[in-house]
Design a protein around this ligand. Structure first.
Ligand SMILES: [Zn+2]
Length: 301
């Protein structure tokens, strides 16, 4: 655009340039100064499971074989992987669409009984732009999950509107890769701070073990050697451990619930346990610690 271009129509996009966008994103993502874990803890490792089963596959209208993969997650994979976490006494967070309460109620009851956390993952894995529908879906999902859990849900992994989430008691989201450490995120109006517990795609099982279907090219097929992934994840852990950092593993029961992968995760956890100060909290437990010891600073509100 030149200086004579003053007649150019105004754009609806409030952030027309990359620099403006970057500045805006930096201002709304607020690092936590002097971040510290409880006494004796060097690193927190969150194991999170997106318990979608076949819901996302249905939404994307994928072929029957892909939906069957999702069904495996709900009928078999989730039991296998949760049994392993219970053996290792590691507490995890299941981000669960509300619909799963109807599809796999026994799984959720068992998971809660064993001390794990349920958190929101939309009603059927989609956030609708219509605010009324969005509100209805979130309300219904939180009610369904809270009823199973016997206490209110405090977390989400979704793009739900921050103000709506806060009004319903949701205090953290795990839906960002914008930092390596937990941080506070403001909405587009600079309000409604919510704690973000960031994940990273390098710690997402689907990136290594999930694969496309009929029309996808060969290079979209990913079935990696579990030992290779073990080495990548161990190296990621060690690097963060030395720094007193944070890890958030994003697993899917239909992906990691297969025998060799469960076995690899168990070996990974056992090796992590050989080092002192490794904390495996639920996301809710970590969020409680952060919200208590590092509340949102007044100037950032
Ligand atoms: Zn999901």
């Amino acid at each position: 655009m030149t200086s004579s271009d003053t007649t150019a129509p105004a754009r609806d996009d409030p952030f027309p340039s990359l620099v403006d966008t970057a500045r805006f994103q930096r201002n709304r993502r607020i690092p936590i100064p002097d971040f510290a874990y409880p006494e004796g803890v060097k690193i927190a490792v969150n194991f999170t499971l997106d318990f979608d089963a076949m819901l996302l596959r249905r939404l994307l209208n994928e072929p029957w074989g892909q939906k069957a993969k999702g069904e495996f997650g709900g009928r078999v994979g989730v039991w296998r992987i949760m049994e392993m976490f219970d053996e290792e006494e590691v507490k995890v967070t299941l981000f669960t669409p509300g619909r799963i309460c109807e599809l796999y109620p026994e799984v959720l009851k068992d998971v809660v009984q064993n001390g794990h956390e349920l958190a929101d993952h939309m009603w059927e894995h989609e956030v609708y732009p219509d605010p009324e529908i969005e509100d209805a879906h979130l309300t219904r999902t939180l009610a369904a999950l809270s009823a199973v859990q016997g206490k209110p849900v405090t977390g989400t992994r979704s793009s739900h509107t921050p103000g709506l989430l806060k009004s319903k008691g949701v205090v953290y989201n795990s839906f960002s890769s914008a930092s390596d450490m937990p941080f506070y995120e403001l909405d587009a109006q600079g309000a409604n701070p919510i704690l973000q517990l960031p994940f990273h795609y390098a710690l997402d099982d689907a990136m290594y073990f999930s694969f496309g279907w009929l029309d996808t090219p060969n290079d979209a097929q990913r079935v990696m050697d579990v030992d290779e992934v073990f080495e990548i994840w161990w190296a990621a852990f060690l690097q963060q451990y030395r720094q007193g950092g944070y890890l958030n593993f994003l697993l899917h029961p239909f992906v990691s619930g297969h025998a060799m992968r469960v076995d690899m995760l168990q070996r990974l956890i056992q090796r992590m346990k050989t080092l002192p100060g490794v904390w495996f909290p639920t996301c809710d437990a970590l969020a409680r610690h952060i919200l208590t010891t590092h509340p949102m600073t007044p100037e950032a509100k």
